[in-house]
Write a protein that binds this ligand. Structure first.
Ligand code: SF4
Length: 436
């Protein structure tokens, strides 16, 4: 801060973000020595650097904008479960993990940064606009522990076919009715709070690899890993629904992972290679749009295709922007807005205009606790976050919870099954096709 004008900004941002007050109760202003007014003749200010200069000159300098309002902590699903003591004395939550890396031995920050699930709620509320999850991913890439299993997982996504076959073999002893309720290694703990769907024998490429209908605009459909190997029916539903509306939708053969899981595991080189591969593959087809049913894939592909003529959209935004609204919806539904969703309002509009009664949860945008590999890394934290989400869903009295992310579908459907709930979890694409 250089002068009072800078102070004004902080005073306007800090109390509303911290405690919801319009203004703070008091502000101390130190004006300097005042010997003639009978005050002190000298004023000594001791500034402790404690790593701040290193931070200011690093690629994480954005974290210096933090005014310690704690708004990010109020909404952080992990902080809400584990509390402040876990983060130590520097500062808590995601921003605390970043600051700890500069203000305290880096070893501590290695552990703390792992706690971030990357949901992004913190950035939505931060008055300083700090991209906390983005900085954490950069920190993770630099200092994060990368156990061999995570490295293998990231590598496997570059060419998943042989690994998918291996997973199918490994899951066989536990598979019942398309779900696992126990399993080897981290799956055992994961499945204490939810059932895990099995990897299917015939993935989307085998079920709908040749899907192609002519029409305008030309829409390349992108499934993503979970749709490819766990929920091919969701991908098929989206393609059929678009085709019935006259769009020239086609499945791009050879598609794979967009790189998001590898980026979140702290292996950015693998992530970039995967994203580049997908972007090249899609751009070669020269579609007007790439439509996905996964908001995380959409987010990464959008970044990769920035500057090109191809628009990447999720299914609901694509339909709403073109004014294509379904009808025939009946019954009470609630909507879980996934963390990486770019436009939850589009899905709400589709549901309401279709005729469903939309019952909002208390926190529709709160993370469901999946976050990909995170839920296997921290199954207990993830399970508790899921339990809160399931309670929120139940409190609405809805018959179904609608999602537009296959990861949330996996987590919520598995959680509802484990609880024996009658509430159905359904992906928007499946629901739309049912209305047709
Ligand atoms: S990161 Fe943003 S929201 Fe969190 S304490 Fe700092 S200024 Fe407040």
């Amino acid at each position: 801060m250089r002068d009072f004008e800078d102070v004004e900004y902080i005073l306007a941002a800090l109390p509303p973000s911290a405690t919801g007050q319009i203004i703070t109760s008091y502000v101390s202003v130190i004006t300097g020595p005042t010997p003639r007014a009978g005050g002190p003749g000298e004023l000594h200010i001791v500034l402790l650097d404690n790593g701040r200069q290193d931070l200011a000159s690093s690629d994480q300098a954005e974290a210096m904008q933090c005014i310690r309002c704690a708004a990010c902590l109020n909404v952080c699903p992990v902080y809400r479960r584990v509390g402040g003591h876990v983060f130590g004395h520097v500062y808590s939550g995601g921003i605390g993990a970043i600051l700890t890396a500069f203000f305290w031995p880096e070893e501590r920050a290695k552990e703390l940064q792992e706690l971030c699930s990357g949901c992004g709620r913190c950035t939505e509320v931060c008055p300083a606009g700090i991209d906390i999850p983005g900085l954490i991913l950069d920190l993770r890439a630099r200092i994060g522990r990368k156990p061999p299993l995570w490295r293998l997982a990231a590598r496997a996504l570059r060419n998943p076919r042989p690994y998918v076959s291996l997973v199918r073999l490994l899951q066989a002893p536990w598979a019942r009715d398309g779900f696992l309720d126990g399993g080897p290694g981290p799956v055992a703990q994961w499945t204490r709070s939810r059932s895990l769907p099995t990897v299917v024998r015939k993935g989307l490429d085998r079920r709908a690899g040749g899907f192609s209908v002519s029409g305008r605009p030309r829409v390349a459909f992108y499934g993503g890993c979970l749709v490819e190997h766990v929920y091919p029916e969701v991908g098929e539903a989206a393609m059929k629904y678009l085709a019935r509306r006259g769009h020239g939708v086609f499945y791009v053969a050879g598609q794979g992972c967009c790189g998001a899981p590898a980026r979140h595991l702290g292996v950015p080189h693998d992530a970039e290679a995967m994203l580049r591969q997908q972007v090249d593959l899609l751009a070669r087809e020269e579609p007007d749009f790439v439509v996905t049913v996964c908001p995380t894939c959409a987010k990464y592909l959008r970044e990769g295709l920035r500057g090109s003529t191809v628009s990447v959209m999720d299914l609901s935004s694509f339909l709403v922007q073109r004014g294509e609204f379904p009808d025939g919806g009946r019954g009470r539904v609630t909507y879980h807005e996934s963390c990486h969703s770019s436009d939850g309002e589009a899905t709400r509009e589709l549901l309401e205009r279709a005729g469903f009664t939309l019952l909002e949860m208390r926190e529709p945008g709160a993370c469901c606790g999946f976050a990909g590999a995170y839920s296997f890394q921290f199954p207990e934290i993830s399970g508790e976050i899921l339990a809160d989400k399931l309670a929120d869903i139940a409190s609405t009295g809805a018959e179904a919870v609608v999602v537009d992310c296959p990861g949330c579908l996996l987590n919520l459907r598995g959680g509802l099954r484990k609880k024996g709930s009658s509430v159905r979890a359904v992906h928007l694409a499946e629901l739309l096709l049912e209305l047709d």
